[in-house]
Design a protein around this ligand. Structure first.
Ligand SMILES: O=P(O)(O)OC[C@H]1O[C@H](OP(=O)(O)OP(=O)(O)O)[C@H](O)[C@@H]1O
Ligand SMILES: Nc1nc2[nH]cnc2c(=O)[nH]1
Length: 177
């Protein structure tokens, strides 16, 4: 595995992201929503660095089913707290095609949120991204399949403390496990 963003760079990136979000909201309360499962590591680190009052919730969205290609997006909002008349910040690990955050933002707006913004750790530099760009981005990365710090391949690697790129032989070996 090749390291793309190491632990110390991640730490700096998350702090920078938190500062940008703080200065944008200027102390206004927000409802911060983790897009599960990929955002769980980022989310835990980010919310502890934000200084405004926060209500915290989760929503589940899955389209990659652990693999490297997107399929149909499934959204499960059963565990989500009430977002009506709230300023919502959706937090996700990665913006790749843009489909997940675009559809989730529309779903949260539909639920009656006053505003919906988006924050991601990683934004891929690739053609054909749909919807508005994320409002807050820690790192822009090349168009490679990455794992670690919450991101998985076949539900593995989420626990890695860094962002890495899986080599083709590692993709095959993991799939055989
Ligand atoms: O911009 P997109 O092309 O829509 O890709 C981004 C989404 O893909 C991953 O989720 P995934 O479907 O793998 O589910 P997971 O969070 O449970 O890993 C990631 O966590 C984002 O939510
Ligand atoms: N693990 C992982 N999930 C993704 N979902 C969309 N892009 C990616 C990626 O590069 N890695």
């Amino acid at each position: 595995m090749r390291t793309l963003i190491d632990e110390s760079q991640l730490d700096d990136g998350v702090s920078k992201l938190a500062k940008e979000i703080d200065s944008n909201y200027g102390g206004r309360p927000i409802t911060v929503v983790a897009v599960m499962t990929g955002s769980l590591v980022l989310f835990a680190d980010l919310i502890r660095r934000l200084s405004m009052p926060q209500r915290v919730g989760v929503i589940h969205a899955s389209s990659y089913r652990g693999g490297t290609q997107a399929g149909k997006l499934e959204i499960d909002s059963k565990m989500l707290i009430d977002v009506q008349n709230r300023d919502v910040l959706l937090v996700d690990d990665i913006y790749d095609t843009g489909a997940t955050l675009t559809k989730l933002s529309a779903a949260i707006a539909e639920m009656g949120a006053s505003s919906v913004s988006t924050a991601v750790l990683l934004k891929k530099l690739r053609p054909k991204q749909i919807g508005p760009k994320p409002d807050f981005v820690a790192f822009e990365i090349p168009d490679e399949f990455v794992v670690g710090y919450g991101l998985d391949y076949l539900d593995m690697y989420r626990n890695l403390p860094f962002i890495g790129v899986l080599e083709p032989d590692e993709i095959e070996a993991t799939a055989r496990q």
